[in-house]
Design a protein around this ligand. Sequence first.
Ligand code: NAI
Ligand code: MG
Length: 361
Amino acid sequence: TPPRTFRIAAIPADGVGREVVAAGRAVLDALAGDSGGAFAFDWEEFPWGCEYYARTGTMMADDGLERLKDFDAIYFGAVGWPTVPDHISLWGLRLRICQSFDQWANVRPVHFLPGVVSPLRKADTTELDWVVVRENSEGEYAGLGGRNLSGRGPGGEVAVQSSLFTEVGCERVIRFAFDLARTRDRRKVSSVTKSNAQQYGMVLWDEVFRRVAADHPDVETESVLVDAMSAKFVLRPEELSVVVASNLNADILSDLGSALAGSLGLAASANLNPERRFPSMFEPVHGSAPDIAGRGLANPIGAVGSGALMLEHLGLPDQAARLHRAIEATTAAGILTGDLGGTASTDDVTKALIDALARST
Ligand code: NAI
Ligand code: MG
């Protein structure tokens, strides 16, 4: 049979995004190269980001969404650079793609890897394994509000930033979390809100959660306030399996989770349009890391793990598992970047991953 060729749009964007996307592409091409011709990637790279903004005044081409919409997936680096205000760069590229392509479920697994020291005393790669499901289309990042509303004069500016919670938006991401829990060893969903203080949107979320939970009696559930959940991440992480939360709360909790696993540089994520009407987008959780960018120091594992999530989405779960084994073999061998206390470069880790794949065929 002819190889399945997947058309992937690569958007490295800014800072370490470029380094880790290059590394991820090299590892994914090596994997495809040893698949015995079973599949291949046909990449097209787009030069969008803060440098593009400096030249053109926009973060992506005007017809960018039109050009992306027929790809099988989007492989993204990170957006943001000190030359452009962060809210302009984020809304102009990453959030524009997520929102226009209705990538409403953001899946962010936290894996504990062998050879990586966690700041958690109890961390054990066999017990700690959870996934944050982030509502990715509304909530606190709905972009609703405004500034300087009623002309209160100099020094009296007022800003309103509203959250949007719809029953449909809550229900689809909560159902997604339950479906995911049913594929895991521990069938449990923890819902996170702050509904004691945010009495409209988050109370609606809690009500929808209780209703969906009633449809899934085989899945254990809990509803936890976000402040308590942040403590629980540190003190009782072995009780977590699937954690579902609104856009902002899940954004914060997933950075906490990846730091607990050892580094933000390890964390992978998938921005999914589960109906597959639009391409989904796969990206490391971290940002453009201007403090280390351009020096070959970035940890590529978050980007490579995002490649594994892309393989799952493309219907290649065995290849994704192979990639995870290569990641584990590399960290177990002590080939670690500086964020994990090691001395390896981005290229050293990339080469080690490719060697581990070659050994595993
Ligand atoms: P950041 O994630 O870029 O960096 C936070 C810390 O983690 C830094 O010390 C950095 O060196 C370290 N780090 C991040 N990725 C790493 C990697 N692969 N290997 C080793 N260490 C790594 O977050 P920060 O500094 O708050 O934001 C920098 C820029 O990135 C801003 O412009 C921000 O808006 C943008 N950003 C973009 C995101 C995206 O594109 N999805 C997500 C988060 C931030
Ligand atoms: Mg974040």
